[in-house]
Design a protein around this ligand. Structure first.
Ligand SMILES: [Zn+2]
Length: 139
């Protein structure tokens, strides 16, 4: 399946407000970390270039090979300190991945809730029943 960008990643008003987003292909490059071919694009409004990589969750990360290892360790309840020691990275690397996985998971959950027509995601349980979201379905 071919990737088609649906918006310009620059987030400037002239690009964000325009209804018809137009771009053109601008070559490609090969990722050094895994040899994957990455398509480049150029926004016709602001002339900025971006790529399929710009929209990926691992955009800007240095050690992409650690992502799966850190994720599997985190869901196995391994401490962040132990993960850093095992995979020869800093504690900060593990902490940033944890934050990234949390944001990505939350975004995916919110997207799935919108797909199902549920307006707000569930914020978790609490002791009082009045704190539950009152409007769980979209009008
Ligand atoms: Zn643009």
């Amino acid at each position: 399946m071919e990737f088609r960008p649906d918006h310009c990643p620059c987030q400037e008003p002239k690009c964000a407000g325009s209804a018809g987003f137009q771009y053109q292909r601008r070559g490609h490059y090969t990722r050094a970390c895994d040899g994957r071919r990455v398509q480049r694009f150029q926004c016709k409004a602001c002339k900025r270039t971006f790529s399929t990589q710009t929209f990926r969750v691992d955009y800007g990360l240095k050690r992409v090979s650690l992502d799966v290892k850190i994720f599997l360790a985190l869901i196995s309840k391994v401490t962040q300190r132990q993960i850093a020691k095992t995979h020869h990275c800093t504690l900060r690397t593990v902490a940033r991945r944890l934050d990234l996985f949390g944001k990505q998971g939350r975004g995916f959950h919110e997207w799935r809730m919108r797909m199902r027509g549920i307006a707000t995601p569930w914020e978790g349980s609490s002791s009082s029943t009045s704190s539950r979201p009152s409007s769980t379905t979209a009008a």
